[in-house]
Design a protein around this ligand. Structure first.
Ligand SMILES: [Zn+2]
Length: 331
């Protein structure tokens, strides 16, 4: 079951075509794309070997110039995927720690080509005993980075005391280093949602110094459905009750939420769901939302148009969400 779920998450990722479109005007409009993926040639090779389909040539996933050209935004957060090497469903080799380090190294290295445009988000698997060492190592290479955590790929359950303890340690480190965190929170447990948010808030966010936290895909794993709504409802409810400490900067990224095309296992939104999504955008508040494409899922100009035409966001609202980013505050 777990294998199916994990594969499903990947397949939405790769099965979408990257459409060729003119990109020039969106470069001025879109200041930040907060969720752009990068894979090393080594990772692409491995995934091809295990049968994961790629619809475009390798450079679309691994070459930073091609990526910046494909998904134009003035600044991007470039998100690494090293966490996959921690998952036994993806990778069975005994050198997972080294593979993870290689993937992070590739991300940190290519990002250096545009240090003023790209903030790399290296990834660790919180449950591995070497997670803190890997965080320290990457931070030493580039202190102007971010940290990506993926609770589905790493199968993290905050309801497990041991998991909670390890995640909390990473959050404390990230806070001390001023590393923004991008969190893919949804672990695909059927009961994922309110209990997980409450633990995150009560046992982590309330106990640590300020952090910058970007919650990926509106809290779940892409698309917009009952689970997404339950997650947002629970979060907003805690916020309204004053239970979420205001010292932290918490944003929701809208990447992969407004799907206008079917992907394996995830339906595109119906017209009614797009309208419902619009209500939820306002429930979260545009000032708390950041723009992201989950590239290669979408290009920035393509996704911008969907938010405008299908979700019905105004130019002003789009300006608010595209001009905000947790990692580029100095720019
Ligand atoms: Zn992503």
């Amino acid at each position: 079951m777990r294998a199916i779920i994990i594969f499903f998450c990947l397949s939405i990722f790769f099965s979408c075509n990257i459409q060729e479109k003119s990109t020039t005007d969106s470069f001025d409009t879109i200041k930040f794309d907060s969720h752009v993926h990068l894979m090393s040639p080594e990772l692409i090779k491995y995934w091809k070997e295990i049968g994961i389909p790629f619809s475009k040539t390798e450079s679309n996933y691994s070459n930073v110039d091609t990526i910046l050209n494909n998904t134009p935004a003035k600044y991007i957060n470039l998100i690494g995927m090293a966490y996959v090497y921690g998952n036994p469903e993806y990778y069975q080799g005994s050198d997972g720690a080294q593979k993870m380090a290689n993937e992070n190294n590739y991300l940190l290295e290519v990002s250096q080509k545009y240090p003023n445009r790209i903030v790399p988000f290296f990834a660790v698997d919180p449950l591995k005993e070497y997670a803190i060492d890997e965080l320290d190592r990457c931070y030493t290479i580039n202190s102007n980075s971010g940290l990506k955590l993926h609770f589905n790929a790493s199968q993290v359950y905050l309801t497990e005391p041991e998991h909670l303890k390890k995640v909390k340690q990473l959050f404390i480190k990230a806070s001390a280093y001023k590393l923004p965190i991008l969190l893919h929170f949804d672990n695909w447990h059927p009961k994922f949602g309110k209990p997980d948010i409450e633990i995150l808030v009560d046992s982590i966010l309330n106990k640590i110094n300020p952090i910058e936290l970007q919650i990926a895909h509106f809290g779940t794993s892409g698309g917009f459905n009952e689970k997404t709504k339950r997650f947002i409802d629970a979060f907003v409810d805690l916020k309204d009750k004053g239970r979420i400490p205001t010292k932290h900067k918490i944003t929701f990224d809208i990447s992969a939420v407004a799907l206008d095309k079917n992907s394996e296992g995830v339906s595109k939104l119906t017209e009614e769901e797009f309208i419902e999504l619009s209500k939820y955008v306002h429930k979260i508040g545009v000032k708390n939302i950041v723009f992201g494409t989950d590239y290669p899922l979408y290009r920035s100009n393509e996704y911008y148009s969907i938010l405008k035409e299908k979700v019905g966001l105004t130019e002003k609202e789009l300006r608010i969400i595209t001009q905000k980013n947790i990692a580029h505050e100095k720019f």
